[in-house]
Design a protein around this ligand. Structure first.
Ligand code: HEC
Ligand code: HEC
Ligand code: HEC
Ligand code: HEC
Length: 427
């Protein structure tokens, strides 16, 4: 019995060695391309059952497999990834939200602010926007060519000249961003997310974290200009603590600002697409049951009847298969339900946006009037900064209230209350 077991183990060992050897030989002969690349192991599960994301290593010698390199291994996934080009229309926010040319005055977004579209358009959109780019940090969420550079060089990659890095950019957002070179394991390749969450990284499912690498608020750190997230744990990933974070961040003796509003002198914070913070935030109905991928990817069926994760990232309202298989169990009419939530949120976003516009014009008048002391003006500007922050947090979130309507209205309530407080400071 013992002997037999030993023989079996030996046989197995030889088989494993042969398999490994042939794999090594195969990859040496066909480094990539015609041969299907090997599938990587699945993500480990935490005690609470979430898939733990692996974090990409840093340092020199990192190369990147392109989407095309995976085409033969995962033809359906590659084809669905290519479908992202179908989502080709973008909104012109400057035309649709007339108040923002006043609110964002002195900042590029006041003149050129296009809505989002499909992942395959990122390079085209970042190079064609009318907003000027000085540094490579603008590539952070656009291309794995830059992700690799940041993993290789560390923070110094972010302040390289935009035009120099543009020469090295070929691949729009692709497999590497979410899977590294494994082609299937879920990975965090953007180090700033791992840095911001620390050990909390294991508490969030990897299929949400991969999206949280880019669909988050961020700022460029004064000094290094490195892309940085304004929190240090999951618990501090909420609008109140984010505002505190920015208000406590001092740069050369002044409070941090993404831009200074030209006429009124308000030191402003620009919030950017906080989908991750909003969806995982307090009040979220579906956080814990669904990941970003559950609603924006779903499962598709191949010609042979097998299923695969659909990599055409889109609105769940544009995914009838997903609605039929999953959402309709509880939502009899998901589109009208969602549109109802969005209309309410949008109506208030406009209303409060116009109130902010009126208020900031009043602050400009106050600053020019000579009737206020510097201390009074500083208090007014600070109060206004906070009011616009809460509105901004909602305005730039791409679901228009659908991800977390409770948090959305809480932010809008806070913005309105701060507008009243600021008005009371004006005499
Ligand atoms: C490497 C950065 C990055 C990652 C990772 C990422 N996104 Fe995006 N996403 C973007 C950018 C940038 C855009 C806007 C593209 C444009 O307009 O040029 C976008 C656009 C989108 C859109 C289309 C928005 C619209 O209004 O049409 C959806 C949907 C989306 N992302 C969902 C996801 C989901 C779900 C994940 C995770 C599975 C994810 N994204 C991961 C950067 C990223
Ligand atoms: C924006 C992030 C993102 C990009 C880009 C992306 N994936 Fe994925 N991929 C995911 C997520 C999230 C899942 C998990 C979906 C789920 O299980 O809910 C996944 C799942 C997979 C799986 C299945 C893994 C398993 O164990 O079930 C494979 C294989 C895969 N992706 C391959 C690719 C390939 C090849 C590319 C490039 C052509 C690619 N992915 C691009 C996010 C991404
Ligand atoms: C419970 C389902 C659900 C989950 C989970 C979810 N979303 Fe959404 N998301 C939606 C709905 C509904 C909309 C609004 C779609 C529309 O207006 O057509 C939306 C809109 C978006 C948009 C704008 C795209 C568009 O076409 O309007 C982006 C980008 C986005 N979500 C990213 C994310 C990210 C990133 C996560 C995870 C942090 C996430 N979503 C989690 C349901 C979900
Ligand atoms: C097990 C039941 C169930 C399933 C399945 C389900 N939902 Fe929900 N969903 C709910 C409940 C309950 C609410 C809260 C309803 C309310 O606030 O009136 C909700 C709310 C929502 C909201 C609004 C969230 C907010 O903050 O107001 C969105 C968006 C949403 N669901 C999208 C989806 C999508 C997309 C799917 C399919 C992928 C889905 N749901 C599947 C039960 C479900």
């Amino acid at each position: 019995m013992k002997k037999e077991k030993k023989r079996l183990l030996l046989g197995l060992a030889i088989m494993v060695c042969c398999a490994a050897l042939s794999l090594v030989l195969l990859t040496a002969v066909f480094p990539k391309g015609p041969v299907a690349l090997a599938a990587a192991p699945a993500n480990a599960l935490s005690e609470s059952g979430v898939r733990i994301a692996q974090v990409e290593k840093t340092g020199s010698g990192i190369t990147m497999l392109t989407a095309k390199d995976w085409e033969n291994t995962y033809p359906e996934i590659y084809a669905s990834y290519s479908m992202n080009s179908e989502n080709d229309s973008a909104e012109d926010y400057v035309a649709d939200y007339p108040m923002i040319s006043t609110l964002f005055e002195g900042y590029g977004f006041a003149k050129f602010y296009g809505g989002a579209r499909g992942h395959t358009y990122v390079i085209e959109d970042v190079t064609s926007t009318g907003r000027p780019h000085a540094m490579a940090n603008c590539f952070t969420c656009k291309t794995p060519d830059f992700t690799v550079l940041a993993n290789e060089l560390g923070d110094e990659a972010y302040s390289l000249a935009f035009e120099d890095v543009l020469q090295q950019v070929n691949e729009p957002l692709s497999c590497y961003n979410c899977h590294g070179n494994t082609g299937s394991t879920l990975m965090v390749t953007h180090q700033y997310l791992a840095k911001a969450l620390g050990s909390d990284l294991e508490k969030v499912d990897a299929a949400t974290l991969t999206c949280g690498q880019c669909h988050v608020d961020y700022y460029f750190a004064p000094g290094t200009k490195a892309t940085t997230l304004p929190y240090t744990s999951l618990a501090s990933m909420n609008p109140d603590d984010i505002l505190d974070y920015y208000n406590n961040l001092m740069v050369d003796g002044e409070v941090f600002a993404d831009y200074v509003h030209a006429s009124s002198g308000v030191r402003q914070i620009m919030v950017n697409h906080p989908e991750f913070e909003t969806f995982t935030g307090k009040g979220s109905v579906h956080y814990g049951t669904f990941t970003c991928a559950d609603c924006h990817m779903g499962t598709a069926t191949a010609a042979d009847g097998s299923s695969y994760p659909d990599h055409y990232l889109r609105s769940p309202l544009d995914n009838q298969e997903l609605i039929d298989s999953t959402c309709s169990k509880c939502h009899a009419d998901l589109p009208s339900f969602v549109h109802g939530i969005q209309e309410k949120a949008e109506e208030r976003t406009y209303e409060i946006g116009y109130k902010l516009e009126e208020l900031i014009n009043k602050i400009t008048d106050a600053a020019n009037s000579g009737a206020y002391t510097d201390e009074e003006l500083d208090a007014i500007r600070m109060s206004y900064r906070n009011a616009q922050f809460y509105w901004n947090f909602v305005f730039v979130e791409n679901s228009e209230g659908a991800h977390n309507s409770r948090l959305t209205h809480e932010c809008l309530d806070k913005s309105e209350a701060l507008i009243e407080e600021t008005l009371a400071l004006l005499h």
